[in-house]
Design a protein around this ligand. Structure first.
Ligand code: UD1
Ligand code: CA
Length: 458
């Protein structure tokens, strides 16, 4: 069986420049969530799209395949004009034959699950054409289903609602199982007899006397028609991710404030506290505690602590403390048992084990050896206005507070830099470097100054 996902609509209610199915949920285009579930129960998929956005859909598909590890075949079909869900379905014709049975889904129902689809297919086993109907207390916005003994008679859309249909609590999920030969032989009989002047797939479904399969699983079928619904659906998907991880031994504090994308891997015995954002290809190893922080495309080792910090495209080994208020970015590699404290920024730098940079520092394009101590306010001056240069701080070096290390420069092992120095030359190992004006004390200067002022005529 093949699935056909209808994704060529404009999504007027989104008020957007790009089509609704390309809008992302947890970093993945909406149609990807449907595609993933559909491919769990079918052998290949056809996504019907607007040809004007072919490139965008192709790029999204690459990402979807990577994130959800999809190996089955996915093809695009093109609906040139968005004249309705029926025309959209028929646009898949070049990729189908009369022998095919298709599972049809809408790209805007991202909460659909493969379990629900499998159940629908099972219950409709004996019927060539079937539709999944949802029993709900809130039918607003969905097509109302009129049937006779589970044989579909008519679906009345919200826009075309009659008094009689208004109170119906059985609605169209937008999911169908159809025999392709029947679709091809009958679709031309459907007229756009509705307020929108569109060709409705629902009218074909009535013509084919679809078998109505009922479910009360409303959540799975929420159609995303505006951006408010988009945010609600996203929360729902985050909740599913959190539930799965919690079952695997991850502790979440204030889960309603947490954002986690599907590629994030969190090992057991981690604690993810309030206001944590975890994005992209991120791994958090066992025992690590994170709160009020954002981590993207990064690996955090075992038993680390991260508070009020941002980590992007970087790696942190084990037992390291980060924050509050640290910024680790773009190729930073931090070793074991390091301490990266308040207002410390680390960019494209390698810090070996046990490095301490506890306060107010910028380490950019630097190599810092084991056990080095970076005093408060140390700055690597890595940019000369044109090019970036490297700073090397060898092991056990001690950089005094408020020093500037003007790159390219090297501080040898075990050396000390006096506080307030501006270092422009390499410092050999085991040395003390002082690079600032020598202090001079002018004794009694203030008293004499004040006396002079008093004696001056007004
Ligand atoms: C549709 C159903 C409605 C059902 C609801 C379930 C019709 C006429 N109505 O309504 O009975 O309750 O879904 O969520 O089918 N699309 C195209 N080309 C088009 C128009 C739409 O590909 O020309 C795609 C859209 O991208 C979308 C899907 O079809 O993914 C559904 O379209 P939408 O406009 O959202 O239909 P609804 O009004 O929600
Ligand atoms: Ca819809």
């Amino acid at each position: 069986m093949k699935s056909v996902i209808l994704a060529a609509g404009i999504g007027k209610r989104f008020k957007s420049q790009i089509p609704k199915p390309l809008h992302t949920i947890l970093g993945i285009s909406m149609f990807g969530w449907v595609l993933k579930e559909a491919l769990e129960v079918t052998d290949e998929a056809i996504v019907v799209i607007n040809p004007d956005f072919k490139v965008e859909f192709e790029n999204s598909l690459d990402r979807i395949k990577e994130v959800f590890k999809i190996e089955k075949e996915v093809h695009f079909a093109f609906q040139n004009e968005p004249t309705g869900t029926l025309t959209a379905l028929v646009s898949a014709a070049p990729l189908l034959t009369g022998n095919d049975t298709v599972l049809v889904l809408c790209a805007d129902t991202p909460l659909v699950t493969s379990e629900l689809l499998a159940e629908f297919l099972k219950q409709s086993e004996d019927s060539p054409n079937a539709i999944l109907a949802v029993r709900t207390e809130n039918p607003t916005g969905y097509g109302r289903i009129i049937h006779n003994d589970n044989i579909l008679l008519k679906i009345v859309e919200e826009a075309d609602l009659t008094e009689e249909a208004r109170s119906i609590k059985l609605v169209n999920s937008g999911i169908y199982k159809l025999n392709w030969k029947d679709v091809i032989e009958n679709y031309a009989d459907v007229r756009p007899a509705n307020k929108q002047n569109e060709y409705y797939l629902t009218d074909l479904a009535s013509l084919l006397k679809c078998h109505v399969v009922e479910t009360d699983n409303e959540d799975c079928l929420i159609g995303v028609n505006n951006r408010y619904q988009l945010s609600l659906v996203e929360e729902n998907l985050i909740d599913r991710i959190i539930q799965n991880l919690a079952m695997e031994g991850v502790r979440f504090v204030k889960p309603s404030t947490i954002y986690i994308e599907p590629l994030v891997n969190i090992e057991k015995d981690c604690t993810i506290g309030p206001n944590v954002i975890l994005k992209g290809n991120t791994t958090i190893s066992t025992g690590t505690v994170i709160s009020n922080s954002e981590v993207e495309n990064s690996t955090i080792g075992k038993s680390c602590t991260l508070t009020f910090s941002v980590v992007k495209n970087s790696t942190i080994a084990s037992n390291t403390t980060v924050g509050p208020f640290a910024h680790i970015r773009d190729g930073a590699q931090i070793g074991n048992e390091c301490r990266i404290g308040n207002f410390v920024e680390v960019k494209n730098s390698k810090l070996e084990d046990k490095v301490k940079a506890a306060h107010l520092s910028y380490l950019g394009d630097a190599e810092v050896g084991e056990d080095a101590n970076i005093g408060a306010g140390t700055i690597t001056c890595n940019f000369d206005g044109k090019q970036k240069h490297k700073t090397v701080i060898e092991k056990k070096a001690f950089i005094g507070s408020n020093s500037s290390l003007v790159a390219p420069v090297k501080i040898g092992a075990n050396s000390m830099v006096a506080a307030g120095s501006v270092i422009t030359k390499n410092v050999p190992r085991d040395s003390l470097a002082i690079a600032r004006a020598r202090q001079e004390n002018k004794e009694d200067w203030v008293r004499r100054y004040k006396r002079r002022q008093k004696d001056e005529p007004k």
